[in-house]
Ligand binder design. Structure first.
Ligand code: CA
Length: 244
């Protein structure tokens, strides 16, 4: 999984990015795979929308090239479903449309794709857009360091500091904070947090989230320190320094 990457523009220190190509035209898939692999990407393929969603659930790619016209689920619907789940909300998606004229329609529909490219496209243009998106996305390596405000989280040593003070967290509070730090300022409902931090399969009451939020807040906020966990009434929680 981790190999030497030739993807330029500052991505070379990261593991080879995984691209999911969602496309039902076999010849186009072959062309994309050839070019993407040559550029140091790993490539996964899905030939219809449902297959794409299943694969994303199994192994989340770093970026998705999503054809607009697909059998079973359309590209738009796949994109909507990607955006609906907290775990994939920030996953970079490039929508590939059939004709230039579609692009305005796609923009208007606001499906949540990060970028669009019309067929037939220039492979270099596509690669440039992919690099731009990967740089912008939260491509923090699994063992890297996350920062927010005066909080530092080292993912390899599990050390958390606020300003210079060492913060001790339980395993669940650590995972909660990590999730928040990967998606700062974004409000998540209890259900979304359960899904992202506890996993889909485990049945936990939504109020359990409140218990762990309370513990996290207690550990993070020393006397006189700014509360970094924002409670949004009837909506959920966010890592934020701004009051609601
Ligand atoms: Ca197609």
């Amino acid at each position: 999984m981790r190999g030497q990457s030739v993807v330029s523009d500052g991505l070379s220190s990261l593991p080879k990015p995984l691209v999911l190509v969602v496309e039902d035209e076999a010849a186009l898939v072959t062309m994309l795979r050839y070019n993407l692999e040559k550029q140091g990407y790993r490539v996964a393929e899905a030939s219809d929308g449902q297959d794409a969603l299943n694969q994303i659930q199994e192994q989340q790619p770093d970026i998705v090239l999503l054809d607009w016209m697909l059998p079973s689920l359309s590209g738009i619907e796949v994109c909507r479903q990607i955006r609906r789940k907290p775990a994939t909300r920030d996953l970079p998606v490039i929508m590939v449309t059939a004709r230039t004229g579609d692009q305005d329609a796609v923009r208007g529909l606001n499906t949540g794709a990060d970028d669009y490219i019309a067929k037939p496209f220039n492979i270099d243009a596509l690669l440039a857009r992919m690099r731009a998106l990967l740089r912008r996305s939260n491509a923090v390596p699994e063992k890297g360091q996350l920062n927010f405000h005066d909080i530092e989280m080292d993912l390899s040593t599990h050390r958390v500091t606020r300003d210079t003070r060492r913060v001790h967290l339980g395993p669940t509070e650590f995972r909660l904070l990590e999730f928040f730090m990967r998606h700062p300022r974004r409000v998540f409902s209890r259900e979304e947090l359960l899904d992202a931090v506890w996993g889909h399969d485990i049945h936990v009451e939504p109020r359990t989230v409140d218990v762990h939020i309370r513990r996290l807040r207690k550990s993070m906020n020393d006397d006189g320190e700014l509360d970094v966990v924002r409670t949004v009434r009837a909506a959920g929680y966010a890592l934020d320094t701004e009051p609601a």
